[in-house]
Write a protein that binds this ligand. Structure first.
Ligand SMILES: NC(=O)C1=CN([C@@H]2O[C@H](COP(=O)(O)OP(=O)(O)OC[C@H]3O[C@@H](n4cnc5c(N)ncnc54)[C@H](OP(=O)(O)O)[C@@H]3O)[C@@H](O)[C@H]2O)C=CC1
Ligand SMILES: O=C1O[C@H](COP(=O)(O)O)[C@@H](O)[C@H](O)[C@H]1O
Length: 511
């Protein structure tokens, strides 16, 4: 087996705004720790958590170690690699919201001291893991830091949500463009870092098997589901200003849709891939108010039960307006008006408190002609289906017809399965590991470009506008633990199709 060549980062300083926050605790520090253990970080590496909370370096490291123990794919009791890694971790107390050059000068000082100690110019990554209200002020603050003005060495990662609507996304893009070059800006969408999402390009463009039939001649329709078994948890305040369409569909699901629908790139250059994805977004049909009613369904969960526990209705959640019209579920039938996809609907849906935690893409092929087979042979006939499960499993399944053993020509569908965990012994990196490493390496392929974000907003704006312009539908309209509102079943059923809820658990399961 060929040995893996590991390319290390340059000497790097990472500043995490929101270092005391939840995302850093659960995702960012565990990701950096795993990159360290896997050998991707230069020996000259430092990470500073930033926030207003009082922490000494020691207390901060203890807090982060708890995060490693709870959330990292690799655990550590504090005596393993964490011990050495934690010496690279520091905390700086600052009010980033003050936005003054004086406040930001502590970062300047930290860079200068570190460069003096390392005797090299460091790459500097600023990660904005804070609420979106702070993005503009922090971006301006960073631009005042004298020692990180070298464009090729300074990068800024912006968390979601990138804007609340098209106008606010455009405003933020404009502000960032005035402060940084576009190739310094990394707008993160963590779905793009997931292994199986990245595998879509390999599956489509590294095999001759699929691409020739990847079009409206052979594909009947595509489904993308991102179902969650959690409610809004302690993020009610944020979620109530967002909803499923903004929180999941405008970003994650549209990006996944682009990977499924894009044309073949001529190279893996960041801009080439992003151009091809942008073309898909441009081709998505913009709905009129009337068409929104026909093609979009929204839902909100009521009170009920999840796995034996009683759960509140959305309107009773902390931080949520008791009369809220915010959707916790959305299903959309998208239509892509281009040569490859015309006439092939893309049904997408996402929701909280659904029956299963699953993210999957299903490609439903057209029915093969079955006239030559006896009627009884085709009883169980099902069209071919390719399923890409993104989580909780990472697998690819191809459903096709096979002859049952016996003396008669009796057919039934079977599955060929490729499962990452079975196929490879290597552990899979978490999405944030992949994306943080890419950002440190200066590879922006899996990040959103300014125009991509804006076009994605343009796709959903007619839906948001239509929802704003009329009296809300009667909420709640689905129970926790279900697959969402009945109207979503009707949305697809009226086209003579049905949702694929979950792939079979193993190839031995009865199909
Ligand atoms: N948590 C998650 O699972 C996900 C989060 N995100 C995004 O990541 C970002 C962060 O989310 P999350 O970690 O959950 O949020 P939290 O509310 O847990 O953390 C917010 C952070 O912002 C810091 N902060 C707030 N005001 C200031 C200020 N004036 N100066 C300095 N620091 C400040 C807080 O630090 P302090 O109080 O110490 O000042 C805290 O560290 C958001 O944009 C969110 O949308 C995206 C996907 C998932
Ligand atoms: O960005 C978000 O994603 C999570 C779901 O992410 P996943 O990786 O667990 O599928 C979602 O819960 C959250 O509301 C949203 O902001």
């Amino acid at each position: 087996m060929a040995s893996k060549v590991i390319k290390k980062t340059n000497p790097t300083i990472v500043f995490i705004f929101g270092g005391s926050g939840d995302l850093n605790h659960r995702k960012l520090t565990p990701a950096l720790y795993n990159l360290y253990v896997d050998g991707f970080l230069n020996d000259q590496f430092k990470v500073y958590g930033l926030g207003r909370t009082d922490y000494t370096d020691k207390k901060y490291r203890d807090h982060l170690l708890e995060g490693i123990q709870l959330f990292s794919r690799r655990k550590d009791d504090g005596k393993g690699p964490w011990k050495e890694f934690s010496e690279k971790v520091h905390y700086l107390k600052m009010d980033a919201g003050a936005g003054t050059a004086e406040e930001y000068s502590i970062l300047d000082k930290a860079i200068q001291e570190t460069e003096k100690e390392w005797k090299v110019e460091a790459d500097v990554l600023y990660y904005l893991s804070v609420g979106p209200n702070l993005f503009p002020i922090i971006a301006k603050g960073i631009s005042t830091i004298k020692s990180s003005h070298k464009e090729d060495k300074t990068r800024i990662v912006i968390e979601k949500p990138f804007g609340h609507d098209l106008q606010t996304a455009m405003d933020l893009n404009k502000l960032l463009a005035g402060l940084f070059q576009e190739d310094q800006i990394y707008r993160i969408d963590h779905y793009l870092g997931k292994e199986t999402v990245q595998n879509i390009l390999a599956l489509r463009f590294a095999n001759t098997l699929f691409e020739p039939i990847w079009n409206n001649k052979y594909i009947d329709h595509v489904q993308i589901t991102a179902a969650e078994t959690v409610g809004v948890e302690d993020r009610g305040g944020y979620y109530d200003t967002s909803g499923a369409l903004r929180d999941m569909i405008q970003n994650h699901i549209l990006q996944v849709l682009c990977m499924v629908a894009m044309e073949a790139p001529v190279s893996f250059d960041a801009n080439e891939i992003r151009n091809k994805k942008t073309d898909v977004l441009k081709a998505i049909k913009r709905y009129t108010n009337e068409e929104v009613k026909e093609n979009v369904v929204r839902g909100q969960y009521g009170a009920g039960w999840m796995k034996g526990s009683k759960v509140n209705a959305y309107r009773e959640e902390k931080g949520v307006d008791p009369n809220s019209a915010t959707e916790t579920y959305a299903a959309v039938k998208f239509q892509i008006d281009n040569w490859r996809w015309q006439g092939v609907p893309f049904y997408v849906r996402s929701g909280k408190y659904l029956a299963e935690k699953t993210t999957l893409i299903t490609i439903h092929f057209k029915q093969a002609p079955n006239y030559a087979f006896p009627a009884e042979a085709v009883d169980a006939w099902r069209p071919n289906r390719l399923t890409l499960t993104i989580q909780p499993e990472n697998d690819v399944r191809l459903l096709f017809q096979a002859k049952r053993p016996g003396q008669t020509m009796s057919l039934n569908p079977v599955e060929m399965v490729f499962n990452y965990a079975d196929a490879y012994n290597e552990p899979q990196p978490e999405a944030y590991e992949t994306l943080l490493l890419d950002a440190m390496m200066g590879n922006s392929t899996q990040f959103m470009r300014n125009d991509q974000v804006e076009i994605a907003w343009k796709v959903v704006m007619p839906i948001l506008d239509s929802w704003n312009s009329k009296v809300p539908v009667s909420f709640p309209n689905y129970s926790p633990g279900s697959w969402g509102p009945e109207e979503a079943d009707a949305l697809i059923a009226k086209d003579g199709r049905s949702w694929t809820n979950s792939p079979t658990k193993s190839s031995k399961d009865k199909l």
